[in-house]
Design a protein around this ligand. Structure first.
Ligand code: GLC
Length: 560
């Protein structure tokens, strides 16, 4: 008999549609900053191998590795010059094969980054393409002949002059680069390009990797009639650059040609400008990708104090609503493109750093969606806040700085803002212990180590049962043991409360309540539930406060 209870029907649907990648916790490793094995100051694959027991001890199921392919490193590996080779800084293909073997031995899956909206300008395809107008590789990229005048303006994320068309004298033409000048956009309308990419994907999948994170892929399809875009379009770039006219066709073709032949997971970085857009990428009936992560919750502003918790809750709730019956999202608060989780959404002062890190981890591990957790957040690592442009390596910060300088802008204000927003806040080397350079390298680290490593490091936290690290491990375990935290229906409670994020999760007649105080003060809550005798599944304070009171950054999950 069909159930007449809508909740039960929906819950059952979610539970029967179970998949390993929905149940997985993904740990992101930025290889450059994780562990250096040879003293050159750059993290590498052998370094990762040496720390796999630590990675396994977190309880996570899969690792997403940022790009490790050969690259001139204009954008730290996101500009690839050979998709079938390992970057020398990181090691060799033998190291890679060993890494994969050692991960699989520990039951950890490996998700690789696939960067195919663009290549490096040092890729053989681009070298050929730029050499003459009739070269067979010419149509691998987007060119605009200069005799037609200047191409219609396109904004670039990383260009000093924010201009995405670069003049190339060799053929008297402009090429398109949404990112840096060294990252020319591939022309996905050319079937040869698509087939080249599918071959590359098969190369890695046949080695046994477990999935791809699709870098910036929502930008791959462009309106190549190159219309003039409305004034100010760059303020809403996803709307104008994301989900071009053929994007979904390409994804369906890719699924048919490649994904459908393997048991893997695929995740889109960015998926349009609305929950409805995002669903189109991952609706299982459409056979495109498995899950998407959206940008609304990280692009929202500098600090939760500025944009406000009510707005933040609304975003997560709106996305969850659209995805409640089908499709799947990832949940994340940070990655290599973001400042540190606790510096943005919590409070990284000595008084509250640990407790607010634990609160944020409770959120990531108890929402519906696959948690993506960025290395170092399990220690509560914080923003580095560089004072000088000389400390920054990132093409994003540097090009914006020098562009502003050319325009006579306020550089001091820019540097101040970067202390909160710069990507390198989240890229400083992992803090292993109290030895030189936090135990990351015996050489000179490629990016300065945060001097707070004497206090914040993995070794110290291993020994402390109350550490942020050990709390994270408990959370991962809790999620594993409670499918309700994975599949349960989400309902927001007390939506206008400016300090507390509270919600229930429900599955098969069971219910849990999550309460999270995002503020640095004591706040009263009234969830409407009798929590007096409810079992506490996990809490970030060691003792419980009186009913109805939450202390600063307190987080509790109750079983109702
Ligand atoms: C993605 C990556 C980012 C990179 C950009 C260009 O957003 O996460 O690090 O700079 O794509 O490839």
């Amino acid at each position: 008999m069909l159930s007449t209870n809508p909740i039960t029907a929906q819950e059952n649907k979610a539970a029967t549609d179970s998949k390993w990648w929905k149940e997985a916790v993904v740990y992101q490793i930025y290889p450059r900053s994780f562990k250096d094995s040879d003293g050159d100051g750059i993290g590498d694959l052998k370094g990762i191998i040496s720390k796999l027991d630590y990675v396994k001890s977190l309880g996570i199921d899969a690792v997403w590795l940022n790009p490790i392919y050969t690259s001139p490193n204009d954008d730290n590996g996101y500009d690839i010059s050979n998709y079938r080779e390992i970057m020398a800084d990181f090691g060799t293909m033998e190291d890679f094969d060993l890494l994969l073997k050692e991960m699989h031995k520990r039951n950890i899956k490996l998700i690789m980054d696939l960067v195919v909206n663009h290549s490096s300008d040092e890729h053989e395809w681009f070298k050929q393409s730029r050499s003459s107008r009739d070269n067979p590789y010419r149509d691998y990229y987007h060119w605009w002949p200069a005799e037609k005048g200047k191409p219609p303006y396109r904004w670039s994320f990383f260009d000093v002059n924010s201009d995405a068309w670069k003049y190339d004298a060799q053929t008297n033409s402009y090429y398109l680069h949404y990112f840096s000048q060294k990252q020319p956009d591939l022309n996905w309308e050319n079937p040869k390009v698509r087939n080249e990419v599918y071959d590359i994907m098969r190369f890695w999948l046949d080695k046994g990797i477990d999935g791809f994170r699709m870098d910036a892929f929502q930008f791959a399809s462009k309106d190549t009639s190159w219309p003039e875009l409305p004034k100010g379009f760059e303020k809403n770039i996803i709307k104008y650059y994301g989900v071009g006219p053929h994007l979904h066709e390409y994804l369906q073709e890719m699924n048919r040609e490649v994904f459908s032949k393997y048991d893997i997971m695929t995740v889109a970085e960015g998926a349009g400008s609305s929950p409805e857009d995002a669903l189109l990428f991952v609706d299982p009936n459409r056979k495109e990708l498995n899950m998407a992560y959206h940008f609304e919750s990280v692009d929202i502003g500098k600090h939760v104090k500025d944009f406000g918790l009510v707005k933040y809750k609304e975003i997560f709730s709106r996305y969850d609503k659209t995805f409640k019956d089908k499709g799947w999202l990832s949940i994340f608060l940070a990655n290599h493109d973001q400042p540190r989780m606790v510096s943005k959404f919590g409070n990284d002062t000595p008084e509250f750093r640990e407790i607010s890190s634990k609160m944020l981890s409770t959120f990531v591990m108890s929402m519906r969606g696959t948690p993506y957790y960025y290395h170092g957040d399990e220690l509560g690592m914080i923003n580095i806040r560089f004072d000088s442009i000389d400390d920054y390596h990132d093409v994003d910060t540097r090009n914006k700085y020098f562009g502003l300088k050319n325009r006579g802008g306020d550089l001091k204000a820019f540097l101040e803002e970067q202390k909160q927003t710069a990507r390198e806040n989240g890229r400083t080397p992992f803090q292993w212990d109290t030895t030189a350079n936090a135990g990351f390298t015996t050489g000179t680290p490629w990016l300065k180590v945060n001097p707070n490593y004497a206090i914040i490091n993995a070794e110290a936290q291993e020994k402390d049962p109350n550490s942020v690290l050990n709390y994270f491990r408990k959370l991962v375990q809790l999620r594993k043991e409670n499918p309700i935290l994975i599949y349960g229906k989400y309902t927001l409670i007390d939506k206008d409360n400016p300090d507390v994020f509270a919600y229930t999760r429900e599955l098969e007649g069971k219910k849990v309540l999550v309460v999270l105080n995002f503020s640095d003060k004591n706040v009263k809550i009234n969830t409407g539930f009798n929590i007096k005798n409810a079992k506490v599944l996990i809490a970030n304070y060691n003792n419980l406060a009186k009913d109805g009171l939450l202390r600063p950054y307190e987080a509790i999950i109750y079983k109702l």
